[in-house]
Design a protein around this ligand. Structure first.
Ligand code: ATR
Length: 264
């Protein structure tokens, strides 16, 4: 039986096993997918289990998407540019790091009834998933990306990776067409301490968080007359791309699949 893991810390919240085990069953693949909480010091050992054929593939989540890179033999161009790996595959004796978050975000945005081309984007947060979002937005030809993070230094650091970025202080609200919450604020029903009451309507409020499905951030957007979308489809699409890389099969995404992620 093949074995797959998602590794991170914390990892309890991860719903990846539900999706992948559902797709294994549906495609009659003899495999199991589990979650593993690890410490940074065990990262190299866990990855080496793939070379020993004890593990067949790994998904990486917070906070190891960058720190896993030194233990890999090769990176996909997207993983290289973002310095972010969420999927490891083993091909021709090589451990290869991929980034499927980019495709996940791109597909989720393209599914929406919202044309993002030439739009002004405002990103809140500068954590692990943000380089992937910026990469995807640039490919979708947005006009401007403005980013704000509580710890400004982390947003400034992204400027060395993506030169077209504008960094503003936490709390400031620029003119924008799309606002993306990429902070962890909302996972526990917190509010974001930024005043958005004057932003107006006909904008897109996008939250990377999908559980809970309607964060206070999205509620605020809706109340003001804006379109809102959570990160559920981004999550499903990144998982389906990882599944495809490992198994060569594109898994089905339908209502049954989406229901697997309903927790609230
Ligand atoms: P990591 O920072 O380890 O990559 P993450 O979950 O990917 O973890 O990112 C968490 C994001 O939420 C960060 O942008 C973080 O801001 P800091 O860089 O200042 O820590 C943001 N965040 C978490 N708690 C926050 C809070 N109370 N107020 C504002 N931003 C917060």
């Amino acid at each position: 039986m093949k074995k797959y893991f998602v590794i991170g810390n914390p990892i309890d919240h991860s719903l990846s096993p539900r999706l992948h085990n559902h797709w294994f069953k549906e495609n009659k693949i003899n495999a199991i997918y589990d979650k593993k909480k690890i410490d940074e010091k065990n990262l190299q050992f866990v990855i080496s289990e793939i070379k020993k054929k004890k593990i067949n593939g790994i998904n990486i989540t917070v906070p190891f998407k960058k720190s896993v890179i030194p233990y890999l033999d090769e990176l996909s161009p997207e993983a290289e540019k973002t310095q972010s790996v969420n999927t490891i595959i083993y091909r021709n004796d090589h451990l290869i790091g991929h980034n499927t978050d980019i495709l996940g975000f791109t597909k989720a945005i393209k599914d929406l009834n919202f044309n993002i081309e030439s739009k002004k984007i405002f990103i809140l947060g500068a954590g692990g998933v943000v380089p992937s979002i910026i990469f995807a937005l640039n490919k979708m030809n947005v006009s401007e990306i403005i980013i704000s993070n509580r710890t400004k230094k982390k947003a400034d650091e992204l400027k060395s990776q993506f030169e077209n970025l504008n960094v503003i202080n936490w709390g400031k609200v620029p003119d924008f067409d799309v606002i993306i919450n990429a902070t962890s604020l909302g996972l526990k029903n917190e509010f974001i301490n930024i005043n958005l009451s004057d932003v107006g309507k006909n904008k897109l409020f996008y939250d990377v968080i999908y559980n809970p499905s309607l964060t206070n951030f999205l509620k605020t957007g809706e109340k003001l007359g804006n379109q809102s979308e959570n990160g559920k489809l981004m999550f499903v699409y990144q998982a389906s791309e990882a599944f495809k890389l490992w198994n060569g099969v594109e898994p089905t995404i339908n209502n049954e699949t989406l229901k697997l992620l309903d927790n609230d």
